[in-house]
Design a protein around this ligand. Sequence first.
Ligand SMILES: [Zn+2]
Ligand SMILES: [Zn+2]
Length: 274
Amino acid sequence: MPGTSLLYRIRTGVLRVFLKIGGLLAKSARFVHPTKLTARLFSFLEAQVFPFRCVLCLKKSDQSRDLCVACQKELPWLETICERCSVPLPSSGICGQCLRHPPSFRMVKALWSYEGEVKQLISELKFNHKRMVGRLMGELLAEAFTEFYSKDSLPQGIVPVPLHPARLRQRGYNQAEELAVAIARKVGRPLELKGCMRVRHTESQASLPFAKRTQNVANAFRCRAPFVYTHVAVVDDVVTTAGTVEQVARALSQQGVQCVDVWCCARTPLIPNP
Ligand SMILES: [Zn+2]
Ligand SMILES: [Zn+2]
């Protein structure tokens, strides 16, 4: 991924905002300009001055996002998966884990298997402060979800899996929130940032064996009562054992949420022991 200095990012950010505002004004305010020509001109200028660059191959992108068509196609897209938890399966149906222990959420919607470039991108988002990766992946998720849901069946609110305040201070941002902000903007549903809290500082799930992960996050979340929505989408970057999202779904259902869908970038191909 290209390295960029703070000064460069500030300068390009300011110019991009200027061009975006110009484009929006031209599009929306008829008294500023009666035609869409100015909007097109601003978009054209923005594309010329700041061409989108693919975060994977670093070449100029051939679409309006920082990922080229070829690299997007090569991502490890999930194909045959469990209808409940999206774990990859050899044939369609419901996995043994979900049959034995039905989860509290209705389903996990994930796009990719947690491997290769997707693993690399999530690592950049989580540990290297590449928050633009969150926007990029969030937009790709939102496009897929908009196709999957009808306007009436979309969840009413979007809840990123919260970090404990101590972890948030340490990292400086919540990667799930970065994804959720981009998704909410694109699907047009409100973001609920204060309704659910992580009340227990847990060890990182990735550092623990599968057997200990469920216990690690047990009762780690609490939700405001009564919760404002009955159908909620919980956003996370990766679902591995589903222990974390299961606990969030339980906390939400205790406050009257009737249906929880989990939206995430990636699902690990491993099936943990029950
Ligand atoms: Zn590329
Ligand atoms: Zn399953």
